[in-house]
Write a protein that binds this ligand. Structure first.
Ligand code: ADP
Ligand code: MG
Length: 391
């Protein structure tokens, strides 16, 4: 990685302002899924172990620039305190005199969590005054919020211009896995793309196409390719606007692009729908494709068996309905079975599906950033990363 990290700066006796991604789901006032909090622990622990006072900040949900009681960071502070096994002081604002006083009174080993940065209208506008206010709360800035790195906000980019700015350990890990896959993958390098829409991922397909040995396509996005090939897809989700793009991609990709050979069709979009397996050229009128079929699973698994690097983004079917989750889970199993391969999962729904499959710990890396991992795979420079000091 070409950016400085927490390891490259002396944090002893310093106040270290850390942007984390604590944008976690809440339910009944408690954290419903603490994966993102746990993912930030190595950086927080590293800083504490090296004698820093740690000031944490994050956004939570979309309060649109106003305080919203249900999006306060208190439940996050409670969970973090449990995980760290030490007190976490939660403040009721993220800038201002009272916050500065609290931060200036900190001792090494203390942890403060600031209030939701998106309670301030200046956060998403990257307002320079807010960035300056935040910068007064630290001697060093650490960005560990990979999941927010695709946004040029005051707490990700603005503040980085006022302080020595380095990457946290989670940020470093995310960039190392995704970066190596794009720049210097061990081959064969395969990508698996799925999910609902092709239009969300055209940039990813284009950027990956020139780098991968094969691109396996499943999920709803395959339908648009089928239609572009002249197949009848019944009532399946198809993006008419993307048909020309799909045709171009089919032509330029040649046999690098691997499409499903069979699919699971349903008579309606419903968890209890009737389901049937058919070849992709025999989708009955009035039915819709909701998963890849067993022959496709075998075909994809076969291709994957030799892979040394795999990047997977997008479920193979509507995995939220158990009847149509098998394709996605079978691909998760195929990745889990790979020996000596680097397997990287990107995308919020894909990460959730792999988690649900029970095979998460068999993957090399599950990205904590949905949108950020997609933008990275598109080959875009993430503004939150660009703002950090070069190594
Ligand atoms: P990620 O969040 O991993 O990037 P996406 O958001 O692109 O993934 O896609 C996930 C969604 O795609 C899921 O909600 C899933 O139900 C949907 N999906 C997958 N296959 C199909 C299909 N054949 N028809 C309709 N929706 C699908
Ligand atoms: Mg998604």
């Amino acid at each position: 990685m070409n950016k400085k990290t927490v390891r490259d700066v002396d944090v002893k006796g310093k106040r270290v302002l850390v942007r984390v991604d604590f944008n976690v789901p809440l339910k009944d006032g408690v954290v419903a899924d603490d994966r993102r909090i746990r993912a930030a622990l190595p950086t927080i622990q590293y800083l504490l172990d090296h004698g820093a006072a740690v000031v944490l900040m994050s956004h939570l949900g979309r309060p649109k620039g106003k305080p919203r009681p249900e999006l306060r960071m208190d439940p996050v502070a409670d969970r973090l305190s449990e995980l760290l096994g030490r007190p976490v002081t939660k403040l009721d604002d993220c800038v201002g005199v009272r916050v500065e006083n609290a931060v200036n009174a900190m001792q090494p080993g203390d942890v403060i969590l600031l209030e939701n940065t998106r309670f301030k209208p200046g956060e998403t506008k990257n307002d320079p005054l807010l960035a300056e206010g935040l910068a007064r709360l630290g001697d060093i800035f650490v960005n560990d919020a990979f999941g927010a790195a695709h946004r040029a906000h005051a707490s990700t980019v603005g503040v980085a211009h006022h302080l020595p700015a380095v990457a946290g350990l989670l940020m470093e890990k995310e960039l190392a896995y995704l970066g190596r896959a794009l720049a210097d993958p061990e081959r064969p390098f395969l990508a698996i793309l799925g999910g609902a829409k092709i239009s969300d991922k055209i940039g990813v397909i284009q950027n990956l196409m020139s780098r991968v040995d094969s691109l396996l396509v499943g999920g709803g996005m395959a339908n648009t390719f089928f239609k572009a090939q002249g197949l009848n897809v019944g009532d399946s989700l198809v993006e008419e606007d993307a048909l020309d793009t799909a045709r171009d991609l089919l032509e330029s990709a040649g046999d690098k692009l691997v499409l499903p050979v069979d699919c699971v069709v349903a008579d309606r979009f419903d968890a209890e729908a009737q389901a049937r397996v058919v070849p992709v050229d025999q989708v009955p009128d009035g039915w819709r494709i909701l998963d890849i079929g067993p022959a496709t699973v075998a075909h994809f698994s076969n291709r994957l068996a030799a892979a040394k690097t795999v990047v997977w983004n997008g479920p193979m079917g509507v995995f939220e309905f158990s009847r149509f989750a098998e394709g996605t889970f079978a691909i998760a199993r195929a990745l889990a079975n790979l020996k000596d391969a680097t397997t990287i999962i990107g995308g919020g729904d894909s990460a959730a599906a792999v988690e649900q499959s029970g095979l998460a710990d068999k993957m090399s890396h599950i990205s904590t950033g949905g949108g950020a991992s997609l933008e990275f795979l598109e080959g875009k420079e993430l503004p939150g990363v660009a703002a950090l000091m070069d190594a």
